[in-house]
Design a protein around this ligand. Structure first.
Ligand SMILES: C[S@@+](CC[C@H](N)C(=O)[O-])C[C@H]1O[C@@H](n2cnc3c(N)ncnc32)[C@H](O)[C@@H]1O
Length: 307
């Protein structure tokens, strides 16, 4: 087990905090809480970006749009969550069909590998008291808890449950159950920026757990890295550059190509409902033509019943 908080979690949090500095109509996603979780080094980075926004834009170019991808996936997963939280029928009761094909309101939300995700606060109104279970590696979960304890009073009151769990070695359903999670309820699962850091066995187990520990029609929003097969220099650079994350102790280890996802998910009790690649992300949610990293895609799936 790692004993220090995730650095990639802070990196993506910094990207969201920086986006909050843009004019409101230029933001891909708006997270006013993100800056609260930054370390002194992160705050320095944010101040530098605020002081020299053009340099920050150059850094974004050099990363081949990774920062924009991070924002765009967050936005798309936000949009999917907003749909899941809408009432499923005029009287407010969930009305998902047995095959899970229609959108009905969910009764609980699980954020797997939550890092400094702030949806519990940003969606406080739409959640209307429904619980948000934030599952993460203990080191990251505890750091977040320390920061929330210091700032929480000024933020919306939320029904947030912290669940410490290492996906590689511990059982997600078991740890969730301890926190009061009900596997019989319709659930929105969010698994953002995590699968690529896991071994295949952990991804496999977690998807099966999702399919067997939440009601039919529950949703899953996640993103998946895949190997670009273009032989050109840019793609070769992107393939090589993923190895750099090993330096942070969080190497890329798992990928799934969009073309292979339907079968992969079906074998684990999930139905692929939508796939959104870099081009589609750019069209949907990037207002100013910023480039989007091409080797990760967002995926929405539904629990079919028998996992
Ligand atoms: C890139 S961060 C994404 C955080 C958050 N989902 C977001 O988008 O802001 C990856 C997250 O996965 C978590 N993670 C990675 N490996 C994990 C594991 N084996 N068990 C539990 N969490 C893990 C890290 O602690 C970190 O919070």
């Amino acid at each position: 087990m790692r004993d220090r908080a995730s650095q990639t979690a802070e990196a993506v949090c910094l990207i969201r905090a920086r986006e909050h500095l843009r004019a409101a109509d230029q933001r891909i996603v708006d997270d006013p809480f993100a800056q609260s979780f930054l370390s002194p080094a992160g705050r320095l980075g944010l101040a530098a970006a605020a002081g020299a926004p053009h340099l920050a834009d150059v850094a974004q170019q050099l990363s081949s749009g990774l920062g924009t991808f991070v924002l765009a996936r967050h936005r798309v997963l936000d949009d999917w969550l907003a749909i899941d939280l809408q009432d499923g029928s005029p009287d407010g009761s969930p009305d998902g069909s047995p095959d899970g094909s229609s959108d009905g309101s969910v009764e609980q939300v699980v954020v797997l590998g939550a890092g400094y995700d702030t949806r519990a606060w940003r969606f406080a109104d739409a959640l209307r008291g429904r619980p948000v279970f934030e599952v993460d590696h203990p080191a990251t979960a505890r750091r977040k808890t320390r920061f929330v304890a210091g700032k929480g009073q000024d933020w919306p009151a939320v029904n947030r449950k912290v669940v410490e769990c290492d996906f590689q070695v511990e059982s997600v359903p078991q740890e969730l159950a301890r926190a009061g999670f009900d596997p019989g309820l319709r659930t929105a699962w969010i698994w953002e920026g995590v699968t690529m850091y896991l071994r295949r066995a952990a991804v496999d187990r977690t998807l099966r757990d999702i399919a067997t520990h939440s009601a039919v029609g529950s949703s899953l929003g996640m993103d998946l890295w895949f190997l670009l097969d273009d032989p050109d220099l840019r793609a070769s650079f992107l393939r090589a550059s993923t190895s750099l994350l090993s330096v942070l102790g969080e190497p890329i280890t798992f990928g799934l190509h969009p073309d292979d996802a339907e079968d992969f998910l079906a074998r684990r009790g999930l139905k692929l409902e939508a796939g959104v690649d870099a081009g589609e992300l750019q069209r949907r949610v990037v207002p100013d033509g910023r480039a989007v990293y091409p080797a990760i895609w967002c995926c929405r799936a539904r629990v079919l019943g028998q996992g």
